[in-house]
Design a protein around this ligand. Structure first.
Ligand SMILES: NC(=O)c1ccc[n+]([C@@H]2O[C@H](COP(=O)([O-])OP(=O)(O)OC[C@H]3O[C@@H](n4cnc5c(N)ncnc54)[C@H](O)[C@@H]3O)[C@@H](O)[C@H]2O)c1
Length: 360
């Protein structure tokens, strides 16, 4: 493994944020190339960010033999074929959410990663925030006690301008609505904190925009630990916010309400007793958080590759997120609670998109 790693970014929408994050880590990564069919975006990447090479064709990028990591930031329906082709070339891959559009596809990618000499890291950059890192440290130290109940809100606002981009709002290209594209971040945060989900009951609806996919959702969850949770999500909130609240035995935790950085500070921790407060203070005494968001996830990826460890976010993590999405759609369509885990025998294992042969 060369150091710094030479990185290419495919798809220059949010891909520009990936490039900016890599530029914060010059000892770890070198910007090597960009790929997008739109020349003006390539001009920007070359001119402003100094990326040396650009490609309008993904196949030309694929043919390069001097790139270590490729970030896939294209519309969601392109993730599966691109990630598969990159892993088959033994190139490390970082892929935007959603990793894929079904449990079958995620399982196929997991198999492809096992066959490859390279690693695949799905993006969940909200996990890399100082507030949530503080909470995670307390959980790892065993100071939280039992989790009782949680609530997660993804209250965002999207309108006609957002859905003017042709791939958005359609199952075949965006792969889903608010549960797949937007709330997936906060839902992943909760799963990363509370562990496996055992039961899901959900209703989804399209209430805000004239689109095919859902833009509102209400969900209840039962975790293996016994904790209960509610998730609400809308793209019609006047004020945008994201929020997680979790009541543990020994303290309550509440995130910031920053819509796109709920893992960052300020998080509020309310201890149940003076003794719990003292234990929390002691555990956080030498806490030194690392970089946040994309830069935090990319720095952790570099460290994992250097050690030969699994990436800081794994395909299994993406599978858990896609499993929850699958259960949400199934519950909403059938009116029934869905028991997890879901395997190949589930009716929506091959996908929730009706055109792909899933149930209507
Ligand atoms: N993690 C986050 O917070 C976050 C935020 C926004 C978007 N996303 C995800 O990033 C992905 C892209 O979303 P976006 O908002 O940047 O979309 P976008 O439409 O703004 O940008 C996508 C880019 O991909 C390019 N593209 C299309 N086909 C291509 C191909 N074959 N080869 C190379 N480039 C191609 C397009 O020209 C466009 O420039 C989606 O999966 C989305 O869900 C994640």
């Amino acid at each position: 493994m060369s150091d710094p790693l030479r990185v290419a970014v495919v798809g220059l929408g949010v891909g520009f944020s990936h490039l900016a994050a890599y530029r914060e880590l010059p000892e770890l990564y070198e910007l090597a190339a960009v790929c997008d069919p739109l020349e003006p975006k390539l001009d920007l990447a070359r001119g402003i960010l100094g990326v040396p090479r650009s490609f309008t064709s993904f196949d030309d990028l694929l043919a390069c033999d001097d790139i270590d990591v490729v970030n896939v930031c294209t519309p969601p329906d392109l993730h599966l074929p691109m990630v598969t082709a990159l892993l088959e070339r033994d190139l490390h891959v970082v892929c935007e959410k959603p990793l894929a559009g079904s449990l079958a596809e995620v399982d196929a990618l997991a198999a492809c990663e096992r066959e490859s000499r390279a690693r695949l890291m799905p993006i969940f950059q909200y996990r890399f925030g100082r507030g949530i890192a503080r909470l995670r440290r307390l959980l790892e130290a065993g100071l939280a006690g039992r989790p009782y109940v949680a609530s997660v809100e993804t209250w965002w606002r999207r309108g006609a301008d957002y859905y003017a981009v042709p791939w958005r709002g359609r199952f075949d290209s965006e792969l889903g609505g608010i549960c797949v594209s937007h709330a997936i971040h906060a839902h992943d945060l909760l799963q990363s904190l509370l562990g496996p989900i055992e039961r899901v009951y959900a209703r989804v609806a399209t209430r805000v925009n004239e689109i095919e996919t859902e833009d509102c959702a209400a969900v209840t969850l039962e975790f293996g630990s016994g904790a209960l949770a509610t998730l609400t999500a809308t793209l019609g909130s006047v004020r945008e916010s994201s929020r997680l609240r979790i009541a543990f035995e020994h303290f309550s935790a509440e995130s910031s309400q920053s819509p796109y950085q709920p893992g960052s500070e300020p998080w509020t921790l309310e201890p149940a007793t003076a003794e719990a407060a003292a234990r929390i203070d002691a555990a956080l005494d030498d806490f030194e958080p690392g970089p946040e968001l994309y830069a935090g996830q990319f720095a952790a990826f570099h460290a994992a590759l250097a050690r030969g460890d699994a990436p800081p976010v794994t395909v299994a993590d993406a599978r858990a997120a896609i499993e929850l999405v699958t259960a949400i759609y199934h519950s909403s369509r059938t009116g029934e609670a869905v028991a997890l885990p879901l395997g190949p025998d589930h009716p929506l294992y091959a996908g929730w998109i009706p055109e792909r042969g899933a149930e209507g």
